[in-house]
Ligand binder design. Sequence first.
Ligand code: SF4
Ligand code: SF4
Length: 143
Amino acid sequence: MRWIKGGLRFECQPDCGQCCTQSIFGNGEVEGVFLTKRDARRLAKAGLDWAVEERDGYLLLAEKDGTCVFLDEKTKGCGIYANRPTQCRNFPFTPGRDSPLATRERWAVAREGCPGIDVGRFYDKTSIRKLVRGRGEHGGFRV
Ligand code: SF4
Ligand code: SF4
């Protein structure tokens, strides 16, 4: 993550919801909303374990025809906002080798699917690192 030393801009755009309707998250092999074990536990506690899938050794959120099962198609809102996974909470400042932060190239790929990347609010390196560690939430994921 050394490439982020100059900070980055991100601001989720109103009425977008693109990242819930397309697989812009991925690691080149598997695409979707990746879950941490903690995310999966939180979903199970809320009775939503049916929406947790295991694919190629990853835990993922269930989707139908490329759309997250929790996206409200009418409002473009998240149906499980309080329980949404870390990836949705802190995107694009997510941890791991699959993160858009992993390399400059991955950031550029994510930008193709997300109009909020490289625009709006500025985050310095320290605040990005805090978000990656799950400490705090960013300016808002608007779906
Ligand atoms: S994170 Fe990006 S793709 Fe997702 S809703 Fe916000 S602006 Fe759209
Ligand atoms: S859990 Fe919510 S924010 Fe995350 S992809 Fe599904 S609808 Fe979008």
